[in-house]
Ligand binder design. Structure first.
Ligand SMILES: Nc1ncnc2c1ncn2[C@@H]1O[C@H](COP(=O)(O)OP(=O)(O)OP(=O)(O)O)[C@@H](O)[C@H]1O
Ligand SMILES: [Mg+2]
Length: 259
């Protein structure tokens, strides 16, 4: 049983007030705040503050179906990205497909909250794997429950844009880098991203960074090869628009041939 069950109303109100202060400039309305910042999120954020991981969340970078990403500032004024999965979201049905079958998450509970906490942990663990193999992605810092803190990709002015919104200077080079990332993930980290697209790649200083690793599965997952095929397909068809021709099957065979 989680200890937050014992929080009384007064305590919650105090937490909420603290959070209101902390999120200061967050440009969302009260309804969105209520949806994102439920009790467990408030507790997780409070712990991050008392552990001096973050000082404030200064503004939302993205508001999505399943969660929100905020820019956060650490006590020594460094920027971080704080991804908060919504625990009360109704759009999380598909996630069990990517958790069940991953040997790291065999024994999680069946509740939606447990699934979402496991999902957050999975994204963190996957980012750790990427950090070890030199594939550009945000470095994971810490996770608590449904809140994940990671390296912020961008500069002080603005977060790095998504690849879909960037006019690429050298698409061929970017394509080759991304195929190399997919290959390294598979061969060196036993990992398949499973949701690679121009929506989940940030461009920073002309280099691609992969993000959104929650769906990433280990190669032992029964559908890992299917997801790998789809990732390669997504990249090949996206770069087709720039006149780059590549054979998906050949790439797949090359990546999956015996290590
Ligand atoms: N580390 C980061 N640094 C800067 N921006 C980030 C970072 N991580 C995520 N973002 C921004 O937040 C957005 C959403 O992140 P992500 O893709 O991980 O979540 P998501 O679950 O796909 O959310 P959505 O439901 O909006 O698709 C990204 O498109 C990107 O703009
Ligand atoms: Mg995404």
């Amino acid at each position: 049983m989680s200890s937050d069950k014992f929080l009384d109303k007064k305590e919650l109100k105090r937490l909420d007030q603290e959070l209101q202060k902390m999120i200061g400039r967050v440009g969302t309305d009260r309804k969105t705040q209520d949806e994102v910042f439920d009790k467990s999120t408030l507790l997780a954020l409070e712990k991050l503050i008392s552990d001096r991981v973050i000082d404030i969340l200064d503004f939302p970078i993205s508001t999505g179906k399943e969660g929100n990403v905020f820019r956060g500032v650490t006590p020594d004024k460094k920027l971080v990205a704080v991804k908060i999965y919504r625990t009360n979201t109704a759009t999380f049905k598909h996630i069990s497909e990517y958790i069940i079958g991953d040997p790291r998450f065999n024994s999680i509970g069946k509740s939606k909250r447990a699934l979402i906490f496991a999902w957050t942990k999975k994204e963190f663990k996957n980012l750790e794997r990427l950090a070890r193999i030199n594939v550009k992605a945000p470095k994971p810092i810490i996770f608590i429950k449904n809140v994940l803190v990671m390296e912020y990709i961008g500069d002080s002015e603005r977060p790095a844009p998504l690849m879909k919104d960037v006019k690429l200077k050298n698409p061929k080079e970017i394509f080759e880098t991304l195929i190399d990332y997919v290959s390294k993930m598979y061969k060196k980290a036993d990992l398949v991203h499973s949701d690679i697209s121009a929506f989940n790649i940030l461009m920073f200083e002309d280099k691609p960074y992969v993000i959104d690793l929650g769906q990433g599965v280990l190669i032992g997952h029964p559908n890992a090869l299917g997801y790998l095929k789809r990732d390669i397909h997504n990249l090949v068809s996206y770069f087709n628009k720039f006149g780059i021709r590549a054979d998906e099957n050949k790439i797949f065979d090359k990546i999956t041939k015996k290590k």
